[in-house]
Design a binder for this molecule. Structure first.
Ligand code: SF4
Length: 209
């Protein structure tokens, strides 16, 4: 019921990152860790113009790459990870971003959240990425009862049909941004209030997202 109500409330829930292809999606999602999508969207146009594909990213000059993305948090390590991932994709996967979850996890800077987004948004396969909003909303509502993003992901995947995983990810993010905010959730106007367990003591925010 919760997901049905949220689907009505947020009919256009989808990623706000700007990208044109799988490579750009991967880069944007890596950059979005601990950073807003809006901020990522500010740096990616110049970044994609300078490094339009895996090969150019693999050849990138690290200082220049860092300079292009220094508007996002953790830009030094993100630059290093993007370059190293591009080298691996170029040399091990013939320049094609792998479509297997376990292969994606071997790339530097790509954790479960990023891999799930690439699998679901990029390849259209079932994936359920747990970012800070999904983690908070799922555990507050009672859709999950977990202490880590990984366990939250496992519990949600157990209880929700794979065909709905991707949409669930977007719906919980939209709800977390607009109503179930980390501080001061707007329970009074929340459309799922009567179905929510209101576990407001569960963690508000993930440190590493
Ligand atoms: S009722 Fe409150 S805690 Fe529950 S989902 Fe809505 S805003 Fe979040």
């Amino acid at each position: 019921m919760i997901l049905q109500i949220l689907a009505t409330a947020y009919p256009h829930a989808s990623t706000r990152l700007h990208y044109d292809d799988l490579y750009q999606l991967m880069v944007a999602v890596v950059l979005s860790a601990q950073c807003t999508d809006e901020q990522v969207n500010k740096v990616t146009p110049a970044l994609f113009e300078r490094y339009p594909d895996i090969n150019s990213m693999a050849e990138a000059e690290l200082n220049e790459l860092q300079e292009l993305i220094n508007g996002v948090g953790l830009y030094r390590s993100k630059a290093k990870n993007l370059k190293e991932s591009a080298i691996i994709i170029r040399d091990k996967y013939n320049g094609q971003i792998p479509d297997q979850f376990e292969d994606l996890l071997t790339l530097p800077g790509i954790g479960r959240k990023t891999a799930n987004v690439i699998i679901s948004v990029g390849f259209g396969k079932p994936g359920l990425a747990v970012d800070t909003h999904v983690y908070r909303v799922a555990n507050r509502t009672g859709m999950a009862n977990a202490k880590t993003p990984h366990h939250t992901e496992m519990q949600l995947k157990q209880n929700i049909k794979p065909k709905d995983w991707n949409q669930t990810h977007h719906l919980l993010i939209f709800h977390g941004r607009q109503i179930c905010k980390a501080r001061n959730p707007l329970c009074d106007i929340c459309p799922i209030e009567k179905y929510c367990e209101k576990n407001l003591d569960s963690p508000r925010q993930l440190k590493n997202n």
